[in-house]
Ligand binder design. Structure first.
Ligand code: SF4
Length: 308
């Protein structure tokens, strides 16, 4: 059996930074530390941090008075920030700088008097955070069909921003539909879309040309991991999202001579190594890594944690 690893795969710079923020905050301030929402969408990461003293909550009302609170990498609405201030909670913000950039783009366009369209998935915490940051109504669209359903005159001055876990490729049909319907429309450069999302998706597309099946290591609620699985399936390669080696089913790999393996941006490499170990237990295995982009992007930590 051959296993080909996608390059790049797994942790992006925003996830590395968010996890490091919780770890350094635990070192500097001691347990417990409260984190609003899963710091990143991965059960293994969340459990590892819980074991070190992090407490994950969905609402600030669950945080004891005065306890240090961290906002997750997905970002939060302004109302959540205001609530933390009203409750007097000390906060460290682990919002990924690329998500924060989308927030500022949206706020800037709104200040210019434009109506904002957000391209993203309803219910995702990043989308809720972005919608809650931009003053005025924000119209959420997920597809070109949603664009057709927008109840806005064609001459409305419009601006679009996008959820970071959608790639340039994911958004281009929706952006084309917006440009077709609205004449006065602006949006960020496509190069502003998250580098990690694009790189992981490009790698899966390459992988899909070489393999019989694709395994994506990632959590069920991880938007970017689900998208990687979908890209494999769109290329007609049977593709499976597995949280870890425990989800690996013999039926998935039966008859496959070459297996492609990747991981979502919130899945740690240790889980990929465990899946390789489980595949090795099935028989001799030849392991190679696809040539791909070597990422060297690092995001700065909040200043209060740099010395921790
Ligand atoms: S996927 Fe992109 S936007 Fe999301 S946390 Fe990673 S670097 Fe930031």
């Amino acid at each position: 059996m051959k296993v080909i690893l996608a390059q790049p795969r797994g942790f992006c710079a925003g996830v590395v930074r968010a996890v490091e923020i919780v770890e350094r905050a635990l070192e500097k301030y001691g347990a417990p530390i409260y984190v609003r929402h899963e710091i990143v969408h991965n059960g293994y990461v969340v459990e590892s941090l819980e074991a070190k003293g992090a407490r994950f909550v969905e609402s600030l009302s669950e945080v004891p008075s005065g306890a240090l609170t961290i906002f997750s990498a997905h970002g939060v609405a302004r109302s959540v920030e205001d609530e933390a201030e009203d409750l007097g909670l000390p906060v460290i913000d682990a919002t990924c700088p690329l998500v924060a950039k989308v927030h500022s783009q949206g706020m800037r366009y709104a200040a210019e008097g434009r109506t904002i369209v957000l391209i993203g998935h309803a219910g995702h915490p990043e989308v809720e955070g972005t919608m809650g940051r931009i003053p005025g109504p924000v119209h959420l669209v997920q597809s070109a069909a949603d664009v057709a359903g927008l109840d806005l005159p064609a001459e409305t001055p419009l601006a679009y921003v996008t959820q970071t876990t959608l790639s340039v490729d994911d958004t281009k049909t929706v952006i084309a539909a917006l440009k077709h319907r609205f004449s006065d429309i602006v949006g960020p450069e496509t190069k502003d879309i998250c580098y990690a999302t694009q790189n992981r998706q490009t790698a899966v597309r390459q992988l899909s040309k070489l393999v019989d099946i694709i395994l994506v290591v990632g959590a069920n609620n991880s938007s970017n991991s689900n998208r990687l699985r979908e890209i494999g399936a769109e290329a007609s390669v049977p593709s499976y999202l597995i949280a870890d080696k425990g989800d690996l089913d013999l039926d998935m790999v039966r008859g496959a001579k070459t297996i492609g393996l990747t991981a979502g941006a919130s899945a740690p490499e240790v889980l990929v190594e465990e899946v390789i170990g489980a595949l090795r237990s099935l028989g001799p295995l030849e392991l190679t890594t696809l040539p791909g982009v070597e990422e060297d992007i690092e995001f700065r930590l909040p200043s209060e944690l740099i010395e921790a």
